[in-house]
Write a protein that binds this ligand. Structure first.
Ligand code: ATP
Ligand code: MG
Length: 325
């Protein structure tokens, strides 16, 4: 049975980086004999302009029947596409590894994995405006915290067995306090410490190597992972996986970056490394390793886009990495 992969190119630089990544996915699947059934569908601002909905019913149907979704960034309609996919399939853990790569100017040495809760917090969409007051509800549940903490535990057990819980329980005593307490309980037996989110931001720049696995809530994770990606060498290199119990979605951390769209200069590596995470998730760690190695080879050979000091185009980088597989 082939793995059904739904590809959503997305907006801005999305179609460019996804096209480059598809070269790599196809090369890797052919070389390693992975049976993929790839379908491509529209969603995002492009779909909104064409059909009046950001997530057309056809795309949603394909997403429902897919095993895994591979997605480029979405522009203005991110909430209607990215958040919808995360919520609909309960992709409750957002995995964002952060690690230096060869041939990339380094801000600081870093090697950690963020496990960000992905379906709760202030992103549940419970926002209200009442006269002169605007309210957003921050929702944290025990079941939601336990399941994402278990993912953090799995990663810690594969790594240095250390988890840092990031929260702001000194101010948000009830909600963040609950997240911390439930997480602490779920992580018993591992080396666990905790840090306020503001201190974590500082430490990520000052001494990033102190982090191994970072477990945090949705919004703090959103912000800290952009910061951490830049510490590692740039947002154009940062991959991510959105994991649930039966389905998953893989996408770059970065957004649609309209300022550089259509110029052929977007870095496809974040998207290509997201493809590596996808192969890992379907149980093909060997293919993931081959893709990561091919990425390193391209960087060592100086085949790179301008954001990291190179002179190659998006598609040149994609094709080179595909050929290096
Ligand atoms: P969002 O609002 O979804 O975060 P965004 O348009 O702000 O989307 P970001 O990902 O936050 O996009 O990117 C910020 C800037 O970083 C972009 O405007 C772009 O200049 C740069 N950038 C982002 N991704 C890439 C990439 N893959 N390659 C090169 N530069 C990038
Ligand atoms: Mg942004």
């Amino acid at each position: 049975m082939p793995y059904k992969v739904l590809v959503i190119p997305g907006d801005g630089i999305g179609p460019e980086v996804v096209e480059a990544a598809l070269h790599v996915i196809n090369a890797a699947a052919a070389k390693y004999g992975v049976d993929l059934e790839i379908k491509i569908a529209e969603a995002g601002d492009v779909a909104l302009r064409k059909y009046g909905v950001a997530m057309p019913p056809e795309t949603l149907k394909l997403a429902d029947s897919a095993d895994v979704i591979f997605k480029g960034p979405i522009g203005e309609s991110a909430y209607d596409v990215t958040s919808l996919i995360r919520m609909r399939y309960v992709l409750y853990a957002n995995i964002r590894p952060v690690k230096n790569l060869p041939g990339v100017p380094v801000v600081k040495e870093i090697d950690c994995v963020f496990v960000r809760e992905n379906v709760e917090d202030v992103y549940v969409g419970a926002e209200y405006k009442i006269g002169d007051v605007a309210i957003a509800l921050k929702v944290i549940t025990g079941v939601g915290t336990r399941r994402v903490a278990r993912v953090a535990r799995r990663y810690a057990e594969m790594r240095k067995r250390k988890v840092t819980i990031v929260h702001k329980a000194n101010v948000l005593r009830v909600v963040d306090g609950f997240f911390r307490d439930v997480a602490l309980e779920e992580l018993r037996g591992l080396e666990v410490d905790q840090m306020y989110v503001d201190a974590a931001a500082m430490e990520l720049v000052r001494n990033p190597l102190r982090f191994d696995v970072v477990l945090t809530t949705n919004q703090y994770g959103d912000i800290l992972t952009d910061l951490a990606a830049q510490v590692a060498g740039g947002i154009g290199l940062a991959p991510s996986g959105n994991i649930g119990d039966t389905k998953a979605m893989f996408e770059p951390v970065h957004g649609a970056a309209f300022d550089i769209a259509g110029k052929g200069i977007a870095n496809p590596i974040a998207t290509i490394l997201s493809a590596a995470m996808m192969f890992e998730w379907i149980g093909r760690g060997d293919v993931a390793q081959a893709i990561r190695r091919a990425v390193e080879i391209s960087l060592e050979k100086n085949i790179k886009t301008p954001d990291i000091g190179g002179r190659n185009t998006t598609i040149e980088v994609g094709k080179f990495i595909a050929s290096a597989i």
